[in-house]
Ligand binder design. Structure first.
Ligand code: M6R
Length: 616
C-alpha cells in the first residue's frame, strides 16, 4: 500500500511530485508529504499533512518550499501510528541529514526504536518508518555514502520494505531499495531526469522506459541515469524496457470518476485482452508469455488457482474453465490462507495466480510457497514487469490498461477472459479441445466485447434499481454455479463502494442458515441468468418472497417469468453458458456504483482501502 515517488532532474521537483502523488493516491490516502532538496548541506524541506493531497497542496501554498530539483513524496495508508501530520511521511533523522519514504512494515521496529533512543535519537512520530531514517542517519555519520547507508539500514530491518531516501549530503541523488514483497520500486528513465515510483501510474506521464527492482536490490539515481546493486553491495544488472501502457489511460476525463470510466471501458479492455491472446480466423491461440510453463500444461494433473478479493473471484470462474474446457481437477484458494497451511502440492499441480497489480503480498507469498514445493506457475496479471510475472514461469497478460479506481472492474472481466484463453490453451495441449471446439469457443469469446458494450448502454437501469437500496443497511447476493463468484463479487462491490453490509452466498446454502436474516428490510439480489441453474434460483426467489423479502433479479433478456416474479429485475444479454459471468457482473458493478453515488460515498477512494495491498 502507500505510494512513493522521487524525482531528480532539471525541472522544479515539487509540482512533479504532487502530480505523481495524485497518480498514486489510490494506494493510500491517510496523509501525504514531500521532502525537497534545496542547497547542499541544508536539511531537506519537508511538508506533510494528514488527509488527501489537497491538504498538502494547501500547506505548500501557505509556506512555499525553496526551489528544488530533487525530491521525494509519499501518500500513506496507515499501519503503525494513526493518520496525523506527525506520522505522515517523509520522516527524517534527528538533524535532517536524511529524508525517507517507505512502504511496508518494520516488524522489529520496537526493538530498533528502543536501541536508537538509547543512543540518543529523538523520535517525532509513532511510525515504524522513522526508525529507518535514524538508522540511515547513523550510517551516514559513520562515513558511509547514502546508498551504502541504505543497504546497511536494510540489513537491520525485519519484514518486507520498499524504501526511497535522499540526503542533502548528496545533492541530486535519490536511492531506493526493495526487500521482500512490500511493493515495487520502479525506475523511470526520462530525458536528463530520473524518477522512482511505487508503480507505473506515476511514471507514465514522464516516460515509458522503466526498470523494476527485484527483491533485495537497491538503486541510486541521478539526473544522468541509474546504477544498481544487490543488498550486499554487488553491482546488479537491471535491464530497462519500454512498457506498452498508454499514459492517456491514466486520465479520468470526461467521466466523473475513474471507476465509472473503467466500468465503461470494459468492452475495450476485453477486446484488447482477447485480441492479444486469440485469433478468430483461422481459430488460434497465441499465449506468447507462457515461457517455461508451457511444457507443464501436458504434465500436470491438477490446477490450483489463487488470488485475493476480486482476483480471487475471477479465479473461481477460472476453476469452471479448467474443469469444463481442459478436463482437469481444479481448486481455488485464498492466497493468504494457502500460504499458512501445509498445502499438499508439487510438480503435478499448476498454480495459477490472479493479480491485477502483480504486487499483492499475499499472492506473492503464496507463490513463494508454491515455488518451494516445485509447482509450476502461471500468473494472470495486468501489470507487465510486476513481481508475479517474475516469480511465475509463465504469464497471461491482460490488456485492460491502468486501473485507478480502488474497486476493480475492468481487470475482473479481463482476467476472466484471460483465464478462458488459458483453459483453452491447456485443453488444446492435452488433446481435449479439437479444432471445431476451439473455433467455437474463440468465436464466442471474441463476441463478448460487443455484448458488454450493448449492455452498458442500459447502465441507467441500475440507477433506478439503486433507489430501492439508498437506505438499505444489509443485502444478500445469491448465485449458483459460475454465478456464485459473480454474487460474491457483486457483494464485494456493494460493500466497498457504498458501505452497505452485503453478503455473497451460494444460493443452495441459503436454507442452511442465512434465510433466518430475511425480512422486509433485508433485500436479496439473485443471479438468475438462463445458465445460472435458473430453475433452482427460481425456488430461492419464491422462498425469499414468501418471507417478505424483496428480490432484485438479474435475468436474461426476455425472461418475462422471472421479471414478473421478482420485485425488480435487471437484464443481461444472452451469452454462452461459460461466458455468462462476463455479462452478469456488469449490472452488479452498475448497481453498486449507483447506490454509492446516491449515498454520497467517495467512489474512487473508499474509506480504509488501498488499491494494492502490500502488507499482510
Ligand atoms: O492487485 P490484485 O488483483 O492482486 O488485488 C487483489 C485485491 O486486493 C483486489 O482485487 C481488491 O479486492 C479489489 N480492488 C476490490 O475491488
Amino acid at each position: 500500500m502507500c505510494g512513493i515517488i522521487a524525482y531528480t532532474g532539471s525541472r522544479e521537483a515539487a509540482p512533479i511530485l504532487i502530480a505523481g502523488l495524485r497518480d498514486l493516491e489510490y494506494r493510500g490516502y491517510d496523509s501525504a508529504g514531500v521532502a525537497l532538496q534545496g542547497e547542499a548541506n541544508a536539511a531537506s524541506a519537508v511538508a506533510k499533512r494528514r488527509g488527501r493531497i489537497a491538504e498538502l497542496e494547501t500547506a505548500l501554498r501557505e509556506r512555499p518550499p525553496p526551489s528544488a530539483h530533487t525530491g521525494i513524496g509519499h501518500t500513506r495508508w496507515a499501519t503503525h501510528g494513526a493518520p496525523s501530520d506527525a506520522n505522515a511521511h517523509p520522516h527524517t533523522g534527528c538533524d535532517g541529514a536524511v529524508a525517507v519514504v517507505h512502504n511496508g512494515i518494520v516488524e522489529n521496529y520496537a526493538a530498533l526504536r528502543a536501541e536508537l533512543a538509547g543512543r540518543g535519537h529523538a523520535f517525532a512520530s509513532e511510525t515504524d518508518t522513522e526508525t529507518i531514517a535514524h538508522l540511515i542517519e547513523d550510517e551516514l555519520e559513520a562515513g558511509r555514502d547514502l546508498l551504502a547507508a541504505l543497504r546497511a539500514a536494510c540489513a537491520r530491518l525485519a519484514g518486507s520494505q520498499a524504501i526511497v531516501a535522499l540526503s542533502p549530503r548528496e545533492p541530486g541523488v535519490a536511492v531506493g531499495a526493495r526487500v521482500g514483497n512490500a511493493g515495487g520500486v520502479v525506475v523511470g528513465y526520462g530525458e536528463g531526469e530520473m524518477l522512482l515510483a511505487s508503480d507505473l501510474a506515476a511514471l507514465l506521464p514522464h516516460t515509458r522506459r522503466v526498470a523494476f527492482l527485484a527483491d533485495r536490490q537497491v538503486v541510486r539515481v541521478t539526473a544522468a541515469g541509474a546504477s544498481y546493486a544487490s543488498l550486499d553491495g554487488a553491482p546488479a544488472d537491471v535491464p530497462a524496457h519500454t512498457v506498452a501502457l498508454d499514459p492517456a489511460g491514466a486520465q479520468r476525463d470526461p467521466y466523473e470518476t475513474f471507476m465509472l470510466k473503467e466500468i465503461m471501458e470494459q468492452p475495450r479492455a476485453l477486446s484488447d485482452t482477447i485480441r492479444g491472446l486469440t485469433r478468430v480466423e483461422p481459430a488460434g491461440l497465441h499465449l506468447d508469455d507462457l515461457g517455461r510453463a508451457r511444457p507443464w500444461l501436458t504434465r500436470i494433473e491438477r490446477v490450483l488457482l489463487v488470488g485475493m478479493g476480486t482476483s480471487l473471484h475471477a479465479a473461481m470462474v477460472g476453476r469452471w474453465y479448467f474443469e469444463q474446457i481442459a478436463g482437469l481437477p481444479a481448486d481455488i484458494d485464498n492466497a493468504s490462507e494457502f500460504r499458512y497451511r501445509e498445502a499438499v502440492l508439487g510438480p503435478e499441480t499448476l498454480v495459477v495466480s490472479v493479480s491485477q497489480s502483480g504486487e499483492t503480498v499475499d499472492v506473492l507469498e503464496a507463490m513463494n510457497v508454491a515455488r518451494a514445493r516445485g509447482a509450476p506457475q502461471i500468473t494472470i496479471c495486468n501489470t507487465p514487469g510486476s513481481q508475479t510475472t517474475r516469480v511465475a514461469e509463465g504469464a497471461v497478460l491482460t490488456r485492460a490498461g491502468l486501473e485507478r479506481g480502488v474497486a476493480s472492474s475492468k481487470t475482473f472481466t479481463a482476467s476472466i477472459a484471460a483465464l478462458f484463453a488459458l483453459a483453452l490453451e491447456t485443453g488444446r495441449a492435452r488433446g481435449r479441445v479439437d479444432d471445431g471446439t476451439l473455433a467455437r469457443h474463440v468465436r464466442d469469446l471474441a463476441a463478448m466485447p460487443d455484448v458488454t458494450g450493448r449492455q452498458l448502454e442500459a447502465f441507467g437501469e441500475a440507477e433506478a434499481a439503486a433507489e430501492r437500496f439508498r437506505e438499505t443497511r444489509h443485502m444478500l447476493f445469491l448465485g449458483r454455479g459460475p454465478a456464485l463468484p459473480i454474487a460474491l463479487e457483486g457483494a464485494l462491490k456493494m460493500k466497498e463502494l457504498s458501505y452497505v453490509h452485503a453478503e455473497g452466498y451460494a444460493a443452495g446454502e441459503m436454507k442452511h442458515g442465512p434465510i433466518a436474516l430475511i425480512d422486509r428490510d433485508f433485500p436479496t439480489v439473485a443471479l438468475a441468468g438462463e445458465h445460472a441453474l435458473r430453475a433452482k434460483i427460481v425456488s430461492n426467489i419464491e422462498q425469499i418472497r414468501a418471507r417478505g423479502g424483496e428480490v432484485l433479479a438479474i435475468v436474461t433478456e426476455g425472461d418475462e417469468e422471472l421479471t414478473a416474479l421478482a420485485d425488480a429485475a435487471l437484464t443481461v444479454p444472452r451469452a454462452p453458458a461459460l461466458l455468462e459471468p462476463l455479462t452478469a457482473i456488469v449490472p452488479l458493478q452498475a448497481l453498486a456504483y449507483a447506490t454509492a453515488r446516491l449515498r454520497g460515498c467517495d467512489i474512487d477512494q473508499p474509506r480504509n482501502l488501498a488499491k494494492t495491498v502490500t502488507v499482510e
